[in-house]
Design a protein around this ligand. Structure first.
Ligand code: PLP
Length: 230
């Protein structure tokens, strides 16, 4: 009996699932980007995923990510920062990443824009939204997102791309879809004001089927690719 599949096999199987869920929702599989969440994984694991054709990687911890990025001088990799952001880490994030999904305060957005190197394209950012309204979770409340987008869209070295959320874990598929739908509807209502908004960063290993059904354009998948984190 085979106990563990390889990273290569897992990527292939996740890609097939993405395609299946997209088609079931009447969407094209190309509309959904697979972001491989490589937090806690070493450079070898990233290399194996890269060899399997994976190009977008997500990291949560700045120091861990910088060490990995330095060990892997592969210009084809697109690095996404998806973790909580402390203000004293914004410079390193602005210098080394292509995307930030976890902008949860205007002050953080202002620092990222001010610290983005002049020779780089604007940093792609998503506004993190707290869908569960738990005090412990970071992110803007739904009612604050419109003004956050207005403020961020004025920052010249950022490109406002979308909304991101990490809903409280939930086993029920219909409930997962309801929560994701509230974010998708908010995105649609903001797209007429902010034409650069084209990204819905929702869905992890346990709920990316529901997220794709509700319009996810980036699924952030860790354990289904790299195995359970210890
Ligand atoms: C860890 C993490 C993921 C991936 O979670 P899995 O359940 O392992 O797929 C996605 N998004 C964020 C923000 C994370 O921190």
């Amino acid at each position: 009996m085979k106990i563990t599949a390889s990273i290569t096999e897992n990527i292939s199987s996740v890609r097939h699932q993405i395609a299946r869920y997209a088609e079931a929702a009447g969407r094209s599989p190309e509309e959904v980007l697979l972001l491989a969440v490589s937090k806690t994984q070493g450079p070898e694991q990233v290399r194996e995923a890269f060899a399997a054709g994976q190009r977008d990687f997500g990291e949560n911890y700045v120091q861990e990510a910088l060490a990995k990025i330095a060990t892997l001088p592969l210009p084809q990799i697109i690095w996404h920062f998806i973790g909580p952001i402390q203000s004293n880490k914004t410079r390193e994030i602005a210098e080394h990443f292509d995307w930030v999904h976890s902008v949860d305060r205007i002050k953080i957005a202002e620092r990222l824009s001010a610290q983005r190197p002049a020779d780089k394209l604007p940093l792609n950012v998503c506004v993190q939204v707290n869908l569960s309204n738990e005090d412990s979770k970071s992110g803007f409340a739904l009612a604050e997102v419109e003004s956050a987008c207005a403020n961020i869209s004025r920052l010249s070295n950022l490109r406002l791309r979308g909304l991101m959320a990490i809903p409280a874990p939930c086993e029920d598929y219909e409930q997962q879809r309801r929560v994701f739908r509230s974010l998708a509807e908010l995105l649609h209502s903001l797209q007429s004001i902010h034409p650069t908004l084209d990204t819905l960063s929702i869905g992890m290993s346990g709920d990316f089927d529901a997220a794709i059904a509700e319009g996810s354009t980036i699924v952030r998948v860790g354990s289904a690719i790299f195995g359970a984190r210890s």
